[in-house]
Ligand binder design. Structure first.
Ligand SMILES: *Cc1c(COP(=O)(O)O)cnc(C)c1O
Length: 482
């Protein structure tokens, strides 16, 4: 509890000397706000600014006396606070980190085809759940169902909110009240502190961990089997690798075991690499899993597939149908914007060459290091052009302080964790100040630019920067340097 009377430690003026709310509301700048915002909003902002100042003065954080706080002096803060609250919080960011599917930056960028489909579905009514031919009620799943089956050879398909939801639903529909077996080495944390085991337990299925962290054999599964076992789950350890002394039973062995004992085989592939990129060679194949006879395959829509957030479920009709009818399916429903984006995305996959070109995640990952280096060189030229004749050109960038360098990029979103992707960055050494300060200014710019600092240089990795972002990136760097 704070004790309002106890100010013995503060020789500063008492907070009640701060400007009165009414007086701040009468300052012209603040009065102007009232033309655009409701009175309650402006008054609340005045109170918030005065309250924060009061706290800071009491704590001794601010080198001012309460009596110096005038209505005029707090007005700009009030204006800033009100205007900030009216701006959307989610902002566009330029990703010069070289991490393509960066989870914290929104994972995959959608192709234009998807963006247009999302905009149309957002702005207009659609035949989301109505069969236009008959006028009868339909399912939102029809818009992606056939395309998913055609592309993968799956018998049936279902799309939910995300892959964590897909796995949860698969277990709830197949193993609730029973047990599901998972190899101990596959009980991964998928980011943000969410752990596969915690999610699995919410399905109502008992989780049986089999084997050891690095070595699990088929006989471990056989020994752990009980008459309550309903499913075997394989989780692709997409965001890490156990290398060296490691063993897992093969998919075929697990399948034979599960199907021989009337249990369901579920394969959580995580990234879901559907495009035939060379880079994806080590990723498990969706088709292979299905052809081997896995009952349910699940993966994310926004990792290596390059689409919207979604959990994609493929597999045998009997099991996928049970998932579709499960009450949780409604709670995990994909939204219409996701359906619109995924629908448009899957059309691009009909021709793999088109997908590689049009889907940003694929195009970014597929670009050669030379192509990325050429983009970095282009950025350098644009910067030099912009600085020429600004008065800053003599100071920066001086020769040698602007250079294209080799870097290592990442697929992001935990995908391809041990794959180094040769990439290129424009390295900048500022003539004044530290590279770290330049990085901070870039991050605080509009749009914010995220970049790395290495050995006193700012590295703008160009693998995840698109050509259409170059002008904005140049502007951002010029502002940050000036
Ligand atoms: C990423 C991942 C998930 C979670 O997928 P979301 O679409 O982010 O919910 C689950 N399992 C594995 C193996 C993953 O890699």
């Amino acid at each position: 509890m704070t004790q309002p009377d106890d100010q013995s430690s503060a020789s500063r003026a008492v907070p009640r000397d701060l400007a009165p709310v009414d007086e701040v509301l009468r300052v012209p700048q603040v009065r102007e706000l009232r033309e655009r915002f409701p009175k309650e909003v402006v008054t609340a902002a005045v109170r918030a600014v005065l309250g924060r100042l009061r706290d800071e003065i009491l704590k001794g954080d601010r080198e001012i006396d309460a009596s110096q706080v005038t209505a005029e002096s707090v007005a700009p803060w009030v204006v800033a606070l009100v205007e900030r609250s009216a701006r959307p919080s989610l902002r566009r960011v330029i990703n010069a980190l070289g991490v393509v599917g960066h989870t914290n930056l929104g994972r995959s960028l959608l192709p234009d085809e998807c963006v247009r489909a999302v905009a149309a579905a957002a702005a207009f009514y659609s035949d989301l759940e109505i069969d236009i031919g008959s006028g009868e009620r339909g399912s939102r799943q029809v818009h992606v169902h056939d395309a998913l089956c055609d592309l993968t050879g799956a018998e049936d398909a279902l799309v939910v909110n995300n892959n964590a939801g897909a796995v949860l639903l698969a277990l709830a529909a197949t193993a609730r009240g029973g047990e599901v077996m998972v190899s101990r080495g596959q009980l991964v944390e998928i980011g943000d502190g969410f752990r596969i085991p915690d999610i699995l337990r919410e399905s109502g299925a008992g989780l049986v961990e089999v084997g050891t962290t690095n070595r699990t054999y088929l006989r471990d599964f056989e020994q752990a089997w009980t008459d309550r076992t309903r499913a075997v789950l394989r989780v692709h350890t997409s965001n890490y690798r156990i290398v060296g002394f490691a063993t897992e039973p093969s998919l075929d062995e697990l399948l034979a075991l599960a199907h021989g004992r009337d249990a369901v085989m579920i394969d959580d592939l995580g990234s879901g690499a559907l495009a035939g990129l060379e880079l994806f060679a080590e990723e498990p194949s969706i088709r292979e899993s299905l052809e081997a006879g896995v009952d349910v395959v699940t993966f994310s829509g926004d990792k290596l597939l390059g689409g919207p957030q979604a959990g994609i479920v493929l597999g045998r009709s009997e099991v996928v149908g049970a998932m579709r009818r499960h009450p949780l399916a409604r709670a995990l429903r994909i939204d219409k914007l996701g359906i619109a984006a995924l629908d448009a995305l899957l059309r691009l996959y009909v021709d793999p060459a088109v997908a590689r070109r049009r889907v940003p995640t694929l195009a970014m990952l597929d670009a050669s290091a030379d192509e990325v280096a050429a983009r970095a060189a282009r950025l350098g030229e644009m910067l030099i052009e912009r600085f020429a004749g600004t008065g800053l050109d003599g100071e920066w960038p001086a020769t040698g302080d602007l250079e294209v360098v080799s870097t290592v990029a990442r697929a992001g979103a935990g995908s391809l964790p041990v794959t180094d992707i040769d990439s290129a960055a424009l390295a900048l050494r500022p003539a004044h100040g530290e590279a770290g300060e330049l990085a901070d200014r870039l991050r605080h710019g509009d749009p914010p630019v995220l970049a790395r600092v290495q050995e006193g240089r700012l590295l703008l990795d160009m693998r995840a920067v698109r050509d259409e972002e170059l002008d904005d990136l140049v502007d951002a760097v010029v502002r940050a340097v000036a």
